[in-house]
Write a protein that binds this ligand. Structure first.
Ligand code: PGA
Ligand code: ZN
Length: 432
C-alpha cells in the first residue's frame, strides 16, 4: 500500500529577499504514518525585476509599508485559504496538491491568491514530502534518472534593470562547456570572475556588483562588454568559444519602445552622445554581427515578448548557430511554449518557477520543451532568497543548464554550493 503523507500544518511569513524587498516564505509540515515522524520544511519565493508581461501575478499589498511591496495579503492567503484546502491532503501527490492550489485560486494568472502564495506552498509541500521519505529533493522530484549536473551559465557582468550602469543588455554570462564535472566548471567560472575583477581594476572600471553578483562598470557598448569577457577568459588560460563560451540575456522587452516600435539603447546613447535605437531587423542583424565577432553560444530574450514574427525570423537566421532562449516570451507557460514550438520561435526555454506559480505547471513546461527538442535552462530571479530549491530541480529534470548568477552574493552561491553537494552525493569526491 502506498504511504500517504498527510499535511498537518501550513504556514507562511513575510521575509526579505536579496534586494531588501519583502517576499513570502512558506512552511509545510507532513506526517509519515509509518515512522510516526512529523517533518516541517520551508521554501522561499524569488522575485524578478525585469518581469514578463505574461507572468503569473505576484501579489503585493500596495500599502504604505515597504513602499507597497509588502506581501501580507499573500501570507494571509496561505495561512487561511490554502491551509484550509490542504490540511489532511497527501503531500506525496504533488499534482493533486497543485490542483488544490489552482482550484483554491480559481484564476488563470493566480491574481486571487498570488503566485507567490501558491508557489511557496507548492515547493514547501514537495520538500516536506521528500524529507518525510528520507529522499534528497532532486531524487524525490526526478526519481532514479537523476544523473546529470547542469552546466552553469554564470552572469558575471550585470546591466539593464539589474544595475545602474550603462550596459543596456541585462546579462553577460560565461559557461564552462567542456568541464569534466560541475565542481571543475564552477572553479573555471570563479577564476574567470576574479580575473575579470582584476582587469576592471586595471582599467579603472568600477568593481561594484549588480543584483546578480556580476560587475557593473560603465562601458560604451555591448562589444566592449564582450571584449572584457574574452580578455578575462584568456587571462584564465581558457579558450573563448572553446572550453568557455559566452551567453547574453538581452532582456529586450525592457528596451522595446511601444510608441516607435524600435529597441532603444539608453546606456549606449548616453556614452555615444547620440540616440541609439534599432528596429527588429537591425537588432537581428546586430546579433548576427556579434555572433560573427564573439564566441556566443546562447542568446536569451533577444526580442520583445510580443514580437512573434521577429522571433521566427531570429530563429530562422540564427537558430542553427545559437541557443535562442525564451524567458519573457514563454514565462514557463505551456500555452506560450506550445505557440513557440508551433511557430518555430526560439529553441530553448528559461524556467522560472515563480513565473507560473506551481511545481506541476513548471515541470509540464520542462517536459513539453524536452519532448520537442528545446533546451531547458533552470533559472533564479534577480531577487532571491537563500533557498537552493532550483539546484535540485536542475538535477531532477536533467535540465543541462542552470542560470543562477555570479559566484558572488550568497543567495547565488547557495545554489552552486548545493550542486557541489549533490555531485558529491551522486559521484563521490571526484578530485581524489
Ligand atoms: P529577473 O531577471 O529575475 O529580474 O526577471 C532574470 C532574467 O531576466 O533572466
Ligand atoms: Zn531573462
Amino acid at each position: 500500500m502506498k504511504v500517504r503523507l498527510p499535511i498537518r500544518e501550513v504556514h507562511a511569513r513575510e521575509i526579505l529577499d536579496s534586494r531588501g524587498n519583502p517576499t513570502l516564505e512558506a512552511e509545510v509540515t507532513v506526517e509519515n504514518p509509518v515512522t510516526g515522524e512529523w517533518v516541517k520544511k520551508r521554501a522561499g519565493v524569488p522575485s524578478g525585476a525585469s518581469t514578463g508581461q505574461f507572468e503569473a501575478v505576484e501579489l503585493r499589498d500596495g500599502e504604505v509599508r515597504y513602499f507597497g511591496l509588502g506581501v501580507r495579503r499573500a501570507v494571509n492567503n496561505v495561512n487561511t485559504k490554502l491551509k484550509d484546502a490542504l490540511l489532511g491532503q497527501d503531500a506525496s501527490c504533488q499534482h493533486r496538491i497543485d490542483e488544490q492550489i489552482l482550484g483554491c485560486d480559481g484564476t488563470q494568472n493566480k491574481e486571487n491568491l498570488g503566485a507567490n502564495a501558491c508557489l511557496g506552498v507548492s515547493m514547501a509541500a514537495a520538500r516536506a514530502a521528500a524529507g518525510a521519505l528520507h529522499l534528497p529533493l532532486y531524487q524525490y522530484l526526478g526519481g532514479i534518472y537523476t544523473v546529470k549536473l547542469p552546466i552553469p551559465m554564470m552572469n558575471i557582468l550585470n546591466g539593464g534593470k539589474h544595475a545602474d550602469n550603462t550596459l543596456d543588455f541585462q546579462e553577460f554570462m560565461i559557461a564552462p562547456a567542456e568541464a569534466e564535472s560541475f565542481a571543475e566548471g564552477l572553479r573555471v567560472c570563479a577564476e574567470v570572475y576574479h580575473n575579470l575583477k582584476g582587469i576592471c581594476k586595471e582599467k579603472g572600471l568600477s568593481t561594484g556588483v549588480g543584483d546578480e553578483g556580476g560587475f557593473s562598470p560603465d562601458l560604451p557598448d555591448t562589444e566592449s562588454a564582450l571584449s572584457l569577457l574574452v580578455e578575462a577568459i584568456e587571462k584564465s588560460g581558457h579558450e573563448p568559444g572553446g572550453d568557455v563560451k559566452i551567453a547574453i540575456d538581452a532582456a529586450a522587452s525592457e528596451l522595446f519602445d511601444h510608441e516607435t516600435g524600435a529597441y532603444v539603447f539608453p546606456g549606449e546613447s548616453r556614452m555615444k552622445g547620440q540616440r541609439v535605437a534599432r528596429t527588429t531587423q537591425e537588432l537581428i542583424g546586430y546579433y548576427e554581427s556579434l555572433a560573427n565577432r564573439f564566441p556566443l553560444f546562447s542568446l536569451e530574450d533577444g526580442l520583445d515578448e510580443n514580437d512573434w514574427d521577429g522571433w521566427q525570423e531570429l530563429t530562422r537566421r540564427l537558430g542553427d548557430r545559437l541557443q535562442l532562449v525564451g524567458d519573457d516570451l514563454f514565462v514557463t507557460n505551456v500555452k506560450r511554449l506550445s505557440a513557440g514550438i508551433r511557430l518555430g520561435a526560439a529553441n530553448a526555454i528559461l524556467v522560472k518557477v515563480n513565473q507560473i506559480g506551481t511545481l506541476t505547471e513548471a515541470f509540464a513546461a520542462i517536459r513539453l520543451a524536452q519532448e520537442n527538442g528545446f533546451h531547458t535552462v533552470i533559472s533564479h530571479r534577480s531577487g532571491e532568497t537563500d533557498d537552493d530549491f532550483i539546484a535540485d530541480i536542475a538535477v531532477a529534470v536533467n535540465a543541462g543548464q542552470i542560470k543562477t548568477g555570479a559566484p558572488c552574493r550568497m543567495e547565488r552561491v547557495a545554489k552552486y554550493n548545493r550542486l557541489l553537494r549533490i555531485e558529491e552525493e551522486l559521484y563521490g569526491e571526484l578530485w581524489k
